[in-house]
Write a protein that binds this ligand. Structure first.
Ligand SMILES: [Zn+2]
Length: 139
């Protein structure tokens, strides 16, 4: 039952995200990078939003990021959140992919410890979860 639900979640993102999830499963966090202009973008697109070229490849990042903004979610909007609220959601920007921002969950941090601009590190899932989650903790 829960596996089927997790697969449904992944299907919701669409095939353009397959490279992202394939790399996460192999322990890498990657974003699309245009081979023509060298810029990265998020989320996945068939053409580069900077130069319109269609020559795009997935390229790993280090996982180091800066906290751009954050909020605490106290209402369980989904069934799986009921046992987990409150959760801290952050918008992070990557050190080696300027301009790429990802909405994620911040872990192992109390709200009073969180500061905009703080350094974070991606925590990639281990194992073979059907829908892996990328979380961030203090670097
Ligand atoms: Zn480009």
């Amino acid at each position: 039952m829960s596996v089927a639900v997790e697969f449904d979640k992944e299907a919701r993102f669409g095939p353009e995200f397959r490279g992202f999830w394939d790399d996460v499963r192999q322990g890498r966090l990657s974003f699309p990078r245009c081979r023509a202009c060298g810029k990265r973008h998020w989320y996945p697109m068939k053409r580069c939003p900077h130069c319109q070229a269609a020559d795009i490849a997935w390229q790993p990042v280090s996982g180091r990021a800066t906290l751009y903004t954050w909020s605490v979610v106290r209402h369980p909007f989904t069934e799986d959140l009921k046992a987990r609220v409150p959760v801290t959601i952050g918008l992070v920007e990557f050190a080696d992919a300027p301009g790429v921002r990802l909405i994620t969950e911040l872990i192992d941090l109390k709200p009073e410890e969180i500061r905009i601009g703080m350094q974070l590190q991606a925590v990639l899932p281990t194992g073979n979860e059907p829908c892996p989650k990328i979380r961030f903790r203090a670097a």
